[in-house]
Design a protein around this ligand. Structure first.
Ligand code: HEC
Length: 344
């Protein structure tokens, strides 16, 4: 990315942050546009009929226009990850899309999959599940750098968050149910029924020699959630001796925190957190100004990690930047806190 482009992006965000007194400009700091279509999960063609679309993970919700199967979402902040929830009744089940990650520019060509009622019913029958209305269904596609990953064992997969009652079940290469399978096919697809509403992630069981990275995603009662899970062989190296000034401080600029937390947002409570100062100022803001922002005794509960992450119930933060605790910047901040949140 060239420096001038980056500057323009930041200036736009700051204008958004500063001019929010009227409250009619859309979400705080949001200036980006995301466009796409709602497509059938299997056929990959536009759903017939009018889709209705909402978002999960942005606060306040951005403005959305739909026309047939296409949607335009306006007012998304930079460095945000969110999910589209599509509704195409009565042919399709309400479906949360995989996480849509927005960096510094507009995103076009998003395909939000919607799972057909007939297909879902055929899976439930094949897998011998009687779905209840209060629970959700999770479709996860396990893929590595070279594409979908075959041969990943049921015993390796752990769903964190909502309790799971039925699964994992596996889809074959044609996305048809394979009730006898105990590992992923070359399609990489795993299905869980009867997942408790809330948010879920997925990890590999302790001792497994692979890493699974799934964006923390919403589960809705009676809804389907479709996710992409990154599979990497081996365990990620965990950093040590993390430096605040060299490694943590630059994250706040790089991941767009400074654009909003710049103290230039009159009329709006930014949690009173200013991040556009020197290393020393930002250190004091985080560690000394207010308890809770950094919690050395229990690093993952630190607001500097929870606010830009996805929780259930959602917190008051306008956007999600760290899609999972495996995000490398999340890990750096977490280790820095665990090592005592030093001014180093
Ligand atoms: C789109 C604008 C925006 C972006 C980007 C953003 N924040 Fe925030 N943040 C807010 C707002 C608004 C609040 C205050 C929420 C409230 O209290 O109503 C807040 C609150 C917080 C708080 C709580 C402060 C307190 O003491 O109450 C922390 C910590 C925080 N943000 C960290 C971050 C980090 C770290 C990033 C980058 C990864 C980030 N934020 C990116 C807008 C933003």
């Amino acid at each position: 990315m060239t420096a001038p482009l980056r500057l323009i992006g930041i200036v736009m965000v700051m204008v958004g942050c500063g001019g929010i007194d009227d409250g009619d400009d859309g979400p705080l700091g949001g200036s980006l546009r995301v466009t796409g279509r709602v497509v059938d999960f299997i056929e990959r063609v536009d759903v017939g009929g009018a889709a209705s679309v909402s978002t999960s993970g942005l606060l306040p919700p951005p403005s959305i226009e739909t026309q047939g199967a296409t949607f335009t979402i306006d007012g998304v902040p930079e460095n945000s990850a969110f999910h589209v929830l599509s509704q195409v009744a009565p042919t399709h089940r309400s479906t949360y899309s995989p996480a849509i990650e927005v960096l510094s520019g507009d995103v076009t060509g998003v395909e939000a999959p919607a799972v057909a009622e007939t297909y879902l019913a055929s899976l439930a029958t094949a897998f011998g599940v009687v779905p209840t209305a209060g629970r959700g269904v999770l479709f996860a596609r396990l893929a590595g750098e070279l594409g979908p990953r075959a041969g990943i064992d049921a015993a390796t997969l752990v769903v964190d968050g909502g309790a799971v009652i039925a699964g994992p079940f596996f889809l074959d290469v044609n996305l048809m149910p394979d009730p006898a399978a105990t590992t992923t096919s070359a399609s990489g697809w795993v299905v869980y029924f009867e997942v408790e509403p809330g948010v879920v992630g997925m990890t590999a069981v302790a001792g497994a020699q692979i890493t699974l990275d799934m964006p923390v995603s919403p589960i809705g009662p009676g809804a389907v959630t479709v996710v992409d899970v990154d599979v990497v062989d081996g365990l990620p190296p965990r950093p040590t001796n993390v430096s605040f000034s060299q490694q943590v401080f630059p994250i706040f600029e790089r991941r767009g925190c400074v654009a909003c937390h710049s103290g230039n947002g009159p009329g709006r409570d930014l949690g009173n957190l200013t991040m556009n100062g020197s290393t020393n100022v930002v250190y004091r803001e985080l560690v000394e100004e207010q308890p809770g922002r950094v919690v050395v005794a229990d690093p993952p509960t630190s607001q500097v990690l929870t606010m830009p992450s996805r929780e259930d119930p959602p917190d008051i933060h306008p956007n999600v930047t760290f899609t999972s605790p495996n995000d490398s910047d999340y890990v750096l901040i977490e280790v820095w806190i665990a090592e005592g949140a030093l001014d180093n």
